[in-house]
Write a protein that binds this ligand. Structure first.
Ligand code: SF4
Length: 361
């Protein structure tokens, strides 16, 4: 669809809304970036808010996990491997990036598989992989765990902070402070888990929800469908408009890989707290590869930086522009909180592209 076509479609939908206040959450950080980058927020009237959610894995990784990762990286004969965004997030004593500058052995990986090579080349060191992500990354990490075990790479451990989407969406929808009228569901997670994974949003909470892709036309179509339903012009329903990639049941091979290696456990979400059954950890068969068994979980402490509103942003209660530190003391170069670190964090996205819409700039 052309840019003009997208604008026309949104204009038609906006006419159905009139003065009604509408709050739509785009759960996933990739959607936040796509929506903002293509300027969709700027097309919407003030009464239609698009709220970011908890779908940026770096943003929701608990501060205490970062502190423990710093401790692990500081241990003798350890190489810590992590994704690039992760090393920039501050714990209470700085970031892995700070430690790397000071000479700590911290290696940025681009794919979970990289840790197999690092461990094979450094048999005299203990390699610990900070394995962070959602259901999208979990199958890849599970496959690497299986390979490490099969290859008897006894110098490779996994320090996991893997999370799952359903419990946190439930948690947000149950929060009485939230007035979310509709959800754009995470397309990448749906590729793995299947569209049906998100049906509960509409079935149990009566909230319209759409699985949609990441092109401007996909997102505009999803927002239109939600607005029309929220305005009462169409019945509330769940829909999958990303059918070119997402089947109802998802990728069953990837799901089997997760089930074979990982168990569900309680998980600590930065700024939100512990949510029951919201994490994935290594199961009994692979627990000898679990770095938490050797170094501890690190989930005892951890605080948010003073003045940082990331927790409210992740819960869909506030916009980045409502944070006094936004663009002043907190920028992508010198971030105070995790939402400014990752390229999919709401604050970093708004800083880079301008948010627009309600409260926008
Ligand atoms: Fe936190 Fe910075 Fe975002 Fe404010 S602008 S909420 S301090 S990450």
């Amino acid at each position: 669809m052309s840019e003009d076509g997208i604008i026309q479609r949104l204009v038609q939908c906006i006419k159905t809304v009139q003065d009604q206040s509408i709050r739509i959450m785009e759960v996933c950080g990739t959607h936040t970036r796509a929506i903002t980058k293509c300027g969709i927020r700027h097309l919407l009237p003030q009464q239609v808010e698009l709220l970011s959610g908890p779908g940026c894995p770096v943003c929701v990784t608990h501060g205490s996990y970062i502190d423990k990762a710093l401790e692990i990286a500081n241990s003798e004969d350890v190489i810590l491997a992590a994704f690039g965004d992760m090393i920039k997030v501050n714990g209470t004593k700085g970031s892995l990036s700070d430690m790397q500058i000071q000479g700590a052995r911290i290696i940025v990986v681009y794919s979970p598989e990289d840790v197999l090579t690092i461990a094979a080349k450094n048999r005299d060191k203990l390699v610990v992989f900070a394995a962070v992500g959602f259901e999208t990354t979990a199958p890849l990490i599970a496959a690497v765990v299986k390979t490490a075990n099969a290859q008897r790479l006894d110098n490779l451990l996994f320090y996991t902070a893997l999370k799952i989407m359903e419990p946190v969406i439930r948690f947000i929808l149950q929060d009485k402070r939230n007035k979310i009228n509709g959800l754009i569901c995470p397309g990448h997670v749906a590729v793995i888990k299947g569209a049906d994974y998100f049906r509960f949003i509409t079935a149990e909470f009566g909230v319209p929800a759409i699985v949609c892709g990441f092109e401007a036309a996909d997102i505009a179509a999803g927002i239109c469908m939600l607005m029309v339903q929220i305005a009462g012009k169409r019945p509330v329903e769940f829909a999958n408009i990303y059918r070119r990639c997402v089947s109802p049941q998802g990728n069953t091979a990837a799901q089997s890989m997760i089930n074979e290696v990982l168990d569900i456990a309680d998980g600590a979400w930065r700024g939100i707290g512990v949510i029951r059954n919201s994490a994935l950890i290594l199961n009994k068969k692979y627990e000898h590869l679990d770095a938490a068994k050797r170094f501890g979980t690190g989930m005892e402490q951890g605080t948010s930086p003073a003045g940082c509103l990331c927790s409210d942003i992740l819960m869909g209660l506030k916009s980045p522009y409502q944070c006094k530190l936004f663009g002043t003391t907190c920028t992508p170069e010198h971030s105070s909180g995790p939402c400014m670190v990752s390229s999919e964090g709401a604050c970093a996205v708004y800083y880079r592209y301008g948010g627009g819409g309600a409260g926008g700039q």
